[in-house]
Write a protein that binds this ligand. Structure first.
Ligand SMILES: Cc1cc2nc3c(=O)[nH]c(=O)nc-3n(C[C@H](O)[C@H](O)[C@H](O)COP(=O)(O)OP(=O)(O)OC[C@H]3O[C@@H](n4cnc5c(N)ncnc54)[C@H](O)[C@@H]3O)c2cc1C
Length: 477
């Protein structure tokens, strides 16, 4: 976040007891806080760091919704059945279908709820795993501020610099074990906050080397991005009281991150491949059908010699640069000196120090296939998923973006039911413990569609706040 955010319902003092206690001030937590407050609960959000946002405010801000006003205005035909089909296909049917249905059932009403709270969406684009364009870009910081201010007006509060470290459990009125609150770290030492329901919205673990090594050793050489506090705390706290896990084998990196240190790399990378670029390795050869899901591209790129690859494109692709959508902000990258540029493919090849003739041969073959003169080496027909038609790269100038694979989000996580109650290893709800956002497993299955992580955080965040707020108070106040 560039400028400090003001006007949030911040509180310094920690109360001893609340109705709904939300952990983590990303989209899932902020949506949960507001929904719980709208349901009439005394809701409190504890954030580990001194800022709102986690990975949400570092993200490209794309949400996957279907059947929206913006799509209609752009003439994009989409509906919830197509969204559902795409989600299951991208997830290779390993998804928890009940969670896919939950997303589909509540996506439009959540989109409307967010808009009613002032969230605005820009031009819709197609991206990974979408058979039609459904990535809705928004300013994520503005979105969280709107939600938190609205929650504040209803009496909800946020306390910063207060990491939760342990879930507290105790017997309910029937003697069964339930979650009764959390232990948190404060500058004055550990404190307990009791609650009728606890919502874990602490994000994933893209910034935790140990958990990544445990669950995704194949990503050892990948870059990492995410909120500074995203170290899997909620996952670990829930696992330590018996929560189950799903989808851990499917953690993947994302293709397109700038493959070197750069002050202007904001973490999103670019996906020029989805506007017509090709990807080549240090041998100057293509290695994949570039229209595939960027997670798959990330896997294949990691396996290339030397790991770093280049997205190669021309003036026609550059003409699709869009400053409002970080992954398509090609011109901004040129201004920041992140692109290598040349007037010819031979010149680009030389500047990248690729083997003589390699890139020229690769582009010649690709262009011939794009003109229909020969089959494409990797079967590429489209620009992204099933959208757009591949075209020859022939309009100077030519560009190269050094690109690597980055872990942006971890997607896998806690088992939950359709009320977003956390389930134990036997599939039984852990009483009064809820979860939403990136740390929820099961929804994505074996693959990921762009926009469904922010989408999941918003949709499930709102729902979890409502469900948690419905818990009856059993605490003896
Ligand atoms: C560079 C980048 C680009 C991305 N682009 C997109 C995109 O365009 N579309 C998309 O769908 N997804 C995208 N993602 C993924 C997406 O941003 C996240 O999955 C999503 O925002 C997660 O939201 P969340 O609310 O679950 O978690 P977060 O937004 O990460 O929030 C979690 C919060 O919990 C806090 N926290 C952690 N531990 C504790 C604790 N112990 N106690 C209290 N608080 C705690 C953290 O500090 C953080 O503030 C991107 C991610 C990155 C990094």
């Amino acid at each position: 976040m560039s400028a400090p955010v003001t006007g949030l319902p911040v509180q310094d003092e920690l109360p001893d007891r609340v109705g709904v206690l939300v952990l983590g001030a990303g989209l899932a937590g902020c949506a949960a806080l507001l929904a719980a407050a709208e349901a009439g609960q005394y809701a409190l959000l504890l954030e580990k760091t001194s800022q709102i946002g986690g990975s949400t405010v570092k993200s490209a801000g794309l949400s996957a919704f279907a059947g929206t006003d913006e799509q209609r205005e752009q003439g994009i035909a989409d509906d919830v059945e197509l969204l559902r089909k795409d989600l299951l296909e991208v997830g290779r049917h390993r998804n928890d279908e009940a969670l896919v249905d939950l997303y589909c059932e509540h996506q439009l009403e959540t989109y409307r709820w967010l808009k009613a709270h002032g969230v605005r969406y820009g031009e819709i684009h197609a991206a990974s795993g979408q058979s039609v364009a459904r990535s809705h870009p928004t300013d994520t910081t503005a979105m969280l501020v709107s939600l938190l201010r609205a929650a504040g007006e209803l009496g909800a509060r946020i306390v910063f610099d207060t990491p939760a470290r342990r879930l507290l459990t105790g017997p309910d009125s029937n003697g069964a074990i339930r979650v009764i609150g959390v232990e948190v770290d404060t500058p004055d030492g550990p404190r307990e906050v009791l609650a009728d329901a606890v919502v874990l919205a602490t994000g994933g673990f893209s910034m935790d080397a140990d958990l990544l090594t445990t669950f995704a050793p194949q990503l050892e050489h990948a870059l990492r991005q995410g909120g500074a506090g995203n170290t899997g705390d909620g996952l670990k706290m829930a696992m330590s009281i018996g929560a189950g896990l799903r989808d851990t084998p499917y953690i993947k990196g994302t293709y397109g991150h700038y493959a070197a240190e750069h002050p202007d790399e904001d973490g999103t990378g670019i996906l020029a491949v989805y506007k017509g670029a090709i990807a080549v390795n240090r041998e100057g050869r293509r290695f994949v059908d570039e229209s595939r899901n960027y997670k798959d591209l990330g896997d294949v790129a990691l396996a290339q010699p030397g790991v770093t690859t280049w997205q190669i494109f021309d003036g026609r692709v550059m003409a699709h640069s869009n400053d409002e959508v970080p992954i398509y902000e090609f011109a901004g990258r040129e201004r920041a000196g992140m692109l290598v540029r040349a007037d010819s493919i031979a010149g680009l090849e030389e500047r990248l120090a690729l083997p003589e003739g390699s890139l020229q041969r690769t582009v010649r073959d690709y262009n011939a296939a794009a003109r229909g003169e020969r089959p494409d080496e990797f079967g590429r027909a489209h620009l992204s998923g099933g959208v757009g038609t591949a075209f020859p790269l022939e309009q100077a100038p030519f560009y190269a973006h050094p690109s690597g694979t980055v872990v942006l989000a971890t997607y896998c996580g806690l088992t939950v039911d359709t009320r977003l109650r956390v389930l134990d290893w036997d599939g039984e709800p852990i009483p009064r413990l809820y979860a939403a956002g990136e740390l929820v497993g099961g929804f994505h299955g074996a693959g990921y569609m762009t926009g469904t992580s922010i989408g999941k955080a918003g949709i499930f965040g709102r729902l979890v706040g409502t469900h948690a707020a419905a818990e009856e108070s059993e605490l003896e106040w």
